[in-house]
Design a protein around this ligand. Structure first.
Ligand code: 3NM
Length: 217
């Protein structure tokens, strides 16, 4: 497995930012200390074609400036074309082992899973980390599964202790404690940063909470 710092994993697409410039939000999030970024350009208003390509390149440039991995959600061709650091796929986005074959051994592969069985399969397919959720209620994913809490994260941690796991879904600086205590390596957020009045302060406060949880655990 390739190393990845999942402590504060920010996910964003252009439509996650209602007011203002998504690139500005990403830059502020990077200043605040996010440790990983995923471009998730989904939904009816998602950018397509050249617009998506240009936006992806701009996000990638910003991440490079801050030395933060740039991961592309569910678009293997785009990830290869712009030489992203990795790809993240869900259970409905095609076979993870095929994605691993396409991107080769160097790029990161993340897989969203919802059960111990899916986690084991993701590891066999060559995943470097998994995302598990939704931990809490989320408004950012129309087809989210029922709220799962952290029980399954703990189960996977005890079964596959070396597998980095990021919790996702409704996570904020105020509730991430329970996710970290379940054994996750980090937390993943959209709205807690993308919808924050000040994304830089939001990212910093999430990073501080993650660090405090680790110290006190
Ligand atoms: N995947 P927010 S929940 C992209 O459960 C995504 O797999 C989920 O957004 C899953 O931080 C989710 O705003 C949305 O709740 C997370």
């Amino acid at each position: 497995m390739r190393e990845i710092d999942l402590r504060v994993y920010f996910i964003m697409g252009s439509s996650n930012v209602q007011n203002g410039d998504p690139l500005k939000v990403l830059e502020q999030a990077l200043r605040g200390g996010i440790t990983c970024f995923q471009l998730r350009e989904k939904g009816p208003d998602a950018l397509q074609g050249d617009e998506k390509l240009a936006f992806a390149k701009s996000c990638q440039r910003l991440c490079e400036t801050f030395g933060v991995p740039f991961i592309v959600n569910d678009d293997v061709e785009l990830a290869i074309q712009i030489d992203a650091d990795g790809v993240h796929v869900g259970q409905d986005d095609g076979c993870a082992s095929e994605v691993r074959n396409k991107i080769g051994k160097q790029k990161l592969l993340g897989v969203s899973v919802h059960s111990v069985g899916e986690a084991t399969a993701a590891v066999s397919a060559g995943a470097d980390y998994i995302g598990m959720g939704p931990v809490f209620k989320t408004d950012s994913k129309a087809d989210a599964k029922p709220v799962a809490g952290t029980t399954r994260i703990s189960e996977v941690v005890s079964l596959i202790p070396d597998l980095p796991i990021v919790g996702i879904g409704g996570i904020t600086a105020d509730n991430l404690d329970v996710v970290m205590k379940s054994g996750a390596s980090g937390i993943s957020v959209i709205s807690a940063i993308a919808s924050a009045e000040n994304p830089e302060i939001a990212a910093r406060s999430i990073l501080d909470s993650v660090e405090n949880t680790k110290v006190s655990s």
